[in-house]
Design a protein around this ligand. Structure first.
Ligand SMILES: [Zn+2]
Length: 163
């Protein structure tokens, strides 16, 4: 279990680095990410959120009850649009309304280094897009309206104060 980095911490704004080789260090990192995700009962987690600026994320596929690890993800195709409320482990108790593609096809490597194609729909597609954003230093607040930011003003300020 690793500490989850919260809004205001600079690592969340950095573009994460591509993984060149899946060595022992990366193995360990993926294990820590999975443990942390299970512990907090989240749907997805990216490496920067536990303090490591690498292009890796884990998403929980609710339908298949399966954890998907994706390294160096690339978007191949997107389809449709859908607006829904979205939360983030780095923004506890805060939800913003965000428009995302309804369906997405990704290319990447799995935890063994094998090239994979993964398709996500609905919640899983949303999760993929959210986690890829993390790898590019983009956060849910970047999509929020002034009204939404105002609504959560106190919570957002409190988050920054705890740094
Ligand atoms: Zn997040």
């Amino acid at each position: 279990m690793r500490r989850i980095r919260k809004y205001g911490e600079s690592i969340l704004r950095k573009k994460a680095e591509e993984v060149k080789e899946i060595d022992e260090k990366i193995d360990k990192l993926i294990k820590s990410m999975k443990q942390t995700l299970i512990y907090v009962k989240g749907l997805g987690i990216s490496a920067p959120q536990i303090g490591v600026s690498k292009r890796i994320f884990i998403a929980y596929d609710k339908e298949k009850e399966n954890y998907l690890t994706i390294i160096n993800p690339e978007v191949i195709e997107i389809e449709g649009r859908e607006i829904d409320l979205e939360g983030c482990l780095s923004f506890p108790e805060i939800y913003f309304s965000i428009s995302r593609a309804k369906k997405i096809l990704l290319k990447g490597l799995n935890e063994k280094g094998k090239e994979i194609l993964v398709e996500g729909e609905n919640l899983l597609a949303r999760c993929f897009q959210h986690e890829i954003d993390h790898l590019n230093g983009i956060l849910i607040i970047d999509y929020a309206s002034e009204e939404e930011k105002n609504f959560y003003k106190e919570k957002l300020e409190k988050l920054k104060k705890h740094l």
